[in-house]
Ligand binder design. Structure first.
Ligand SMILES: CC(C)(COP(=O)(O)OP(=O)(O)OC[C@H]1O[C@@H](n2cnc3c(N)ncnc32)[C@H](O)[C@@H]1OP(=O)(O)O)[C@@H](O)C(=O)NCCC(=O)NCCS
Length: 260
């Protein structure tokens, strides 16, 4: 799972099928992706059954995009490694989740994972010519997309389509999220409350990974009671009512990351 405190990318689940089937009735999705048309619920079920075990999931990771604190399937993003340091990325958002820059957030998280988790050297993106929303999303995340149309590059339902193509290397991703051109919403929010101690930050990191007090205590070599005290202090400092709220605040404020 990956999160930036606004989105949570989690593995797809069988109960995502209804929302996938609903979203795939959308004309933008038929126009700009390769989903079958007309799209039936059985297509969603078949697609969801393709990665039955962890090994096949890792070979080609795919995440359901959810908008916190909701757990509803609201889009999909996947990485297709070529086994030689290259990864192709694909994504779509449900119509009900569009218009907030969520695709850029999901793309940033997935590309970060491609570099840090899969050891990719480059991520490639392509879109059919005319898909301006996707082009702007890719450029915002740092993809370099030349003003050039690659004739017939993309395949769609038995035909070829003219396409745009771009690439992203780790330095592009870092520059786009921290550079002078980055928007405020692309950066983690600043935390201005009382400082967390180093120990509290490690406990918060453990909470972000979903660990219990006992697991955190074992991992950090301290007693469960001490962990409890740290959790109490974290909640107080972040003004959070629960552990999960503390994690969300921590992610939003850049105090912790989620690579569970
Ligand atoms: C592409 C997609 C994922 C983007 O979703 P999103 O995060 O909600 O995107 P937004 O609505 O925030 O738009 C992203 C940018 O494109 C712009 N944009 C959106 N629709 C546009 C349009 N029809 N024409 C021009 N610009 C458009 C937005 O103004 C925004 O620009 P900004 O970054 O400069 O502010 C979504 O539109 C989608 O799922 N489309 C159908 C499937 C698809 O195209 N997948 C990608 C295949 S390559």
């Amino acid at each position: 799972m990956l999160s930036d405190g606004v989105l949570l990318l989690r593995p797809p689940r069988p109960d995502d099928a209804d929302d996938i089937a609903l979203a795939c009735q959308d004309v933008e999705i038929s126009e700009w992706t390769t989903v079958p048309v007309p799209y039936e619920r059985a297509h969603a079920e078949e697609w969801l059954s393709r990665r039955p075990d962890a090994a096949s999931w890792w070979a080609s990771p795919t995440w359901s995009i959810t908008v916190l604190p909701d757990d509803r399937w609201s889009g999909n993003i996947d990485l297709r490694p070529d086994g030689e340091g290259g990864v192709e990325v694909g994504y779509l958002l449900a119509p009900w989740a569009r218009g907030h820059g969520h695709a850029a957030r999901a793309l940033r998280l997935a590309c970060g994972w491609a570099f840090s988790g899969l050891g990719a050297q480059v991520v490639t993106w392509y879109a059919f010519e005319g898909n301006v929303a996707s082009l702007r999303t890719a450029r915002r995340v740092g993809f370099r997309v030349p003003d050039h149309v690659f004739r017939g590059l993309g395949a769609q339902r038995g035909g070829r389509r003219d396409s745009w193509m771009g690439t992203l290397v780790p330095a592009d991703l870092a520059a786009a999220s921290g550079g002078a051109d980055a928007r405020e919403s692309d950066r983690p929010g600043r935390y201005e409350g009382p400082a967390l101690t180093a120990r509290e930050l490690s406990v918060l990191g453990r909470l972000a990974r979903g660990e219990s007090n006992r697991q955190a205590a074992q991992a950090l070599g301290i007693s469960e009671n001490t962990v409890k005290n740290h959790v109490r202090s974290i909640l107080e400092k972040l003004q959070a009512k629960s552990r999960s709220e503390a994690v969300v605040i921590g992610l939003r404020r850049g105090l912790t990351t989620l690579h569970a």
